[in-house]
Design a protein around this ligand. Structure first.
Ligand code: ZN
Length: 241
């Protein structure tokens, strides 16, 4: 079984389509999204419908929840808030209902755990910023690996005899007891690499690989500006931050 794990898409259909085209070459059996399908970008409807078409397993992120009024936007910056308000107007009720049905965490095929932000307190949408944050989620983990998003920065916490941090893009998990892996972001990378990020996990060999894909950033920016969303949401895509 080969899984494609899709991090924070954020309504960026240009990036998502580039990823899906690339993923097809790797004979993917199942698509998984770690949430934040919407927010920031200009094509929330297309992104939701693409995930429905590939029958993806999807958990909800904080922007998804904000869009359906399930979490308040007090801690969102003004650009994120503007995008949430715009997205709320653009989505039809069927899209909001679909978002509302997404769980905060789930287990795929009894072996892959999925959450947007953390596993230990998923509805708070905290960031995993330290070994102790990672350990709290890893302590809740009953499967070999947990995939998350939220920070838009790919990295992995690996547990064998001790907990360590890895920035490697290719990891053999067969020698690892448990792993908590952030797969980066498709629609708004923040690791100073503007290419869209997604991961492939091979359930047979337990090999994890992060992939980076070029996409039409100019078109994604043009869509954001045409929608009247804040300029900064377009600008940051060019720099990956
Ligand atoms: Zn996000």
């Amino acid at each position: 079984m080969r899984y494609a794990i899709l991090g924070d898409i954020h309504s960026n259909i240009q990036a998502l389509d580039a990823i899906l085209a690339e993923a097809q070459k790797h004979s993917i059996d199942r698509y998984i999204s770690v949430g934040d399908v919407v927010g920031y970008g200009a094509d929330p409807v297309a992104c939701i419908e693409r995930l429905q078409r590939v029958d993806a397993v999807v958990v909800a992120g904080n922007h998804d929840w904000a869009t359906i009024g399930r979490t308040d936007t007090t801690f969102f910056n003004s650009y994120a808030k503007a995008a949430v308000e715009w997205t709320t107007q653009v989505l039809k009720s069927e899209h909001k209902e679909w978002l509302a049905r997404r769980p905060l965490t789930t287990v795929v095929d009894g072996r892959l755990t999925i959450a947007h932000a953390t596993l230990h307190d998923p509805s708070n949408f905290d960031y995993i910023q330290s070994y102790s944050d990672a350990a709290r989620s890893l302590n809740q983990l009953d499967t070999e690996v947990c995939f998350v998003g939220h920070s838009h920065v790919p990295l992995a916490f690996l547990v064998s005899d001790r907990l360590c941090l890895s920035l490697a893009h290719s990891i053999d998990l067969s020698m690892i007891d448990r792993a908590l892996i952030n797969v980066g972001s498709i629609g708004q990378p923040r690791d100073e690499n503007p290419k869209a990020a997604y991961a492939i996990y091979d359930g047979g060999t337990r090999h994890y690989a992060l992939h980076r894909v070029n996409y039409d950033i100019a078109q994604a920016c043009a869509r954001i500006l045409a929608a009247g969303l804040p300029d900064v949401l377009a600008e940051r895509l060019r720099f990956g931050r």
